[in-house]
Structure formats: C-alpha cells, structure tokens
Design a protein around this ligand. Structure first.
Ligand code: SAM
Length: 218
C-alpha cells in the first residue's frame, strides 16, 4: 500500500512546522504578501499543519486565510487549534488537487511542498491558476529532474519517504520552468529572490524542488 497523508496525520506523530524552509517560511510568506500588494485573501492548498499561515495571519488580522488539505485529520487538528486560540481569520477545509471544487478566487494562492504528491501536476497547476484572482499571484514548489534523482536514491531505510515520493521517483509528475510557462502562459519567477531569502539557506540552495511564483495579469 502507498503512503497515506491521512494515516500520517491521524497517527498524531507530527510537528507543526513548514515542510520546506521551516521557521523561515512565515517571514517569507509575509514578505510575499508585500510583494504582491493589496492582499485581502490568501489560499493555501495542501496546507498541512499551516505553520506559516497561522503565524502570518496573527500579524495580519485584516487578511483572510483559507487553508485546504486533502487529509481531513490535519484539517480537523487545524480547526481545533484555531478554535482553541480564537483565531478568526484562518479557515480550514478539505480539498484535493487537481479538482479542489473551490468556487472563489484569491489574491495569493500558496502551494508549498504539495505538487510532489499529485499525479497530474499540470492539471493541478491549471487548478491553482484558476483559483488565482486577476492581479494576484500563485506561489509553489514543484518537482524537477534533480528531485527525481534524489527520490530514486531513497532506500528502504526511508520506506515511508520512498513511498510518498514514488510519483517523483517514477518521473510521473516532473515540471520545468518552460513547461510551467506553457501551461500557465507566463514565466515563473524565483520565490526566494522575491522574498529576499538568504541565498545560502539550504532550501534555497537545493535544486530539486524550486520555489517559484507567477503573477496573473489584472
Ligand atoms: C509535505 S506536506 C506540506 C504541507 C505544507 N504546505 C508545508 O509546506 O509545510 C504536503 C501536504 O499536501 C497534502 N496533499 C497531498 N496530496 C494532496 C492533494 N492532491 N491535494 C491537496 N493536498 C494534498 C498532504 O496531506 C500534506 O498535508
């Protein structure tokens, strides 16, 4: 049987951190909202524990955050945290790429460390773009050939990770800058540069899963 995010979260043995970039991701997301400008509504797709989203939302009470994940267990845990802490500008719901069923658009669509797990990454990109409002921006990481090499190097000692990244290892959902341009009609730009991330940070240096953003014309 393949890796199940629902079982992972349901097991309760997980930390509330950002998968790529860790604690730095909140400052980066906050900076990205400034780059985009005039942001009222943010969507996070595949939010997981939503660590950066909770953090940024606390400092921006006028911005609404709609966070979605395919795994109901993490959505429930996030709702409980929001209720417990009286957080009013972050909402959680279940939604699965590439067909989220979400019927509204957002100034910022944020999708970090998720496309690796979606078989039809191009359909997922089109869906994320549909959710991005004119004048807004879509930020995401994607799996490329370097990530495929990394995934193929995972051994049975890392059984869960190997299962989780099997689509990447099999080359089923790899993307390139050019392919993203072909799918969205616009060139992606470097997210780390836009948010002024430390160029020496390990997650910036890593070539396997670039973080990019695409502006949608107004
Ligand atoms: C590696 S975690 C990343 C979580 C968070 N975005 C972060 O950066 O820390 C991947 C998340 O994507 C979710 N996920 C996996 N496949 C998905 C899909 N098809 N649609 C939406 N979410 C998905 C998983 O449940 C998991 O929470």
């Amino acid at each position: 049987m393949g890796f199940s995010w629902e079982s992972y979260y349901d097991g309760g043995d997980w930390d509330r951190g950002a998968y790529v970039g860790g604690d730095d991701m909140a400052a980066h997301l906050d900076a990205f909202l400034e780059v985009v400008g005039d942001v009222d509504a943010v969507a996070s797709i595949g939010c997981g524990p939503a660590a950066a989203e909770f953090d940024v939302a606390a400092g921006r009470p006028d911005v609404s955050f709609a966070c979605y994940d395919a795994a109901p267990a993490v959505v429930d845990a996030n709702r409980e945290k929001a209720d417990r802490e009286g957080v009013e500008n972050v909402a959680f719901d279940v939604a699965t790429l590439p067909d989220t069923g979400i019927d509204r658009a957002f100034d910022v669509v944020y999708c970090m460390a998720v496309l690796y797990f979606v078989r039809d990454a191009e359909a997922a990109l089109r869906e994320l773009w549909r959710l991005t409002a004119p004048g807004g921006a879509l930020a995401f990481t994607y799996p490329n050939r370097n990530m495929q090499a990394w995934a193929q190097g995972l051994t049975d000692d890392d059984h869960d990770k190997r299962e989780a990244f099997s689509l990447v290892a099999d080359g089923e959902n790899l993307l390139t800058y050019d392919r993203i341009h072909d799918v969205l009609g616009h060139h992606p730009r470097n997210y780390w540069t836009a948010v002024d991330a430390d160029p020496d940070a390990d997650y910036v240096q890593r070539s396997g899963s670039p973080a990019v953003y695409v502006r949608k014309p107004a």
